[in-house]
Design a protein around this ligand. Structure first.
Ligand SMILES: Nc1ncnc2c1ncn2[C@@H]1O[C@H](COP(=O)(O)OP(=O)(O)OP(=O)(O)O)[C@@H](O)[C@H]1O
Length: 277
């Protein structure tokens, strides 16, 4: 899937109950809810691949979605972002029905497939400048936009690579460039679908350190991840999915639970550090 950019609308929040099934963010209010799924069921055919999922994700959280291959993680993500509409139940994004949400500047999307931009003969700076396009329409970028682009490049440690072609970067550098594009767009929700597939181990660590520091700065991070070590090292909350939600709560509790084994239908142990399973 391509990077997702939506347009500009004042975020509204529902006046919901603030119910927090995961027990996360108990002190938070309904006002800072980013995503709400209520009894969501979806199937590409008659058989559901996501069934009866209810959860809230709040502003500033760092949430990882884990589960076996084909367990519905990407589908769930697309429902959250309004790209797929539930057959039953409701998905809300920044308080609006997800399918009609159109605020491109609020969401940055990075996947292992990254973007068609990675094949294009353009520089890192040009990729990052794309993040400003929703802000200036078809107009030209001004000095303030360039300042924001430079700041985004510096934040992800890519200032020295600004004039390098995106095709000449390593996988980890390329993902940093796409994060910078999201930052330049002033996204406050970063959605990442297995962003480090094909990225070398050292860069993976640095990449997760970067995500953590962005999260510390207040950006909400929602991550689909196969690397359970990265999840346990970095995410504060885990949603374990296999069609249904098997676990939704703090990472430390997930590690001690049998949710993973139940979701995978087999005994699965945690691997340390950033080892892959
Ligand atoms: N566009 C589609 N049309 C029909 N079936 C689909 C489509 N996309 C996914 N599926 C099926 O839906 C199920 C869930 O797929 P999904 O990609 O959401 O799982 P996932 O957990 O993200 O998988 P992976 O970890 O392998 O990427 C799978 O059985 C998959 O084959």
């Amino acid at each position: 899937m391509e990077e997702l950019r939506m347009s500009d609308a004042e975020a509204t929040v529902d006046g919901g109950t603030g119910v927090d099934p995961a027990g996360n963010g108990a002190a938070r209010t309904a006002g800072d809810r980013v995503i709400r799924l209520s009894d969501v069921t979806f199937g590409y055919t008659a058989a559901p691949v996501v069934e009866d999922v209810s959860l809230d994700i709040h502003d500033g959280e760092y949430v990882a979605v884990v589960g076996p291959n084909g367990s519905g993680k990407s589908t769930l993500m697309q429902i959250m972002l309004g790209l797929l509409r539930p057959d039953d139940g409701e998905a809300r994004l920044f308080g609006e029905p997800a399918h009609s949400f159109d605020d491109g500047q609020r969401i940055g999307y990075v996947s292992q497939h990254a973007s068609a931009a990675k094949e294009m003969p353009i520089t890192v700076r040009e990729v990052v400048r794309m993040g400003r396009f929703p802000h200036v329409g078809f107009g030209r970028l001004g000095a303030e936009d360039d300042r924001i682009v430079d700041e985004a490049l510096a934040t992800v440690g890519m200032a020295d690579f600004a004039d390098r072609r995106i095709t000449k970067l390593s996988g980890g550098q390329r993902q940093r460039a796409f994060i910078a594009r999201a930052l330049a767009g002033e996204a406050d929700l970063l959605v990442l679908d297995e962003p480090t597939v094909g990225v070398d181990a050292e860069s993976v660590e640095a990449f997760y350190d970067l995500l953590e520091s962005l999260n510390d700065d207040g950006i909400t991070v929602l991550l689909i991840e196969h690397d359970l070590g990265a999840v346990t090292d970095h995410a504060e909350r885990v949603i374990c999915l296999n069609r249904e939600v098997y676990f939704d709560g703090p990472t430390a509790e997930f590690v001690d639970s049998d949710a993973l084994a139940r979701a995978f239908g087999t005994a699965v142990g945690f691997l340390g550090g950033s080892e892959k399973r």
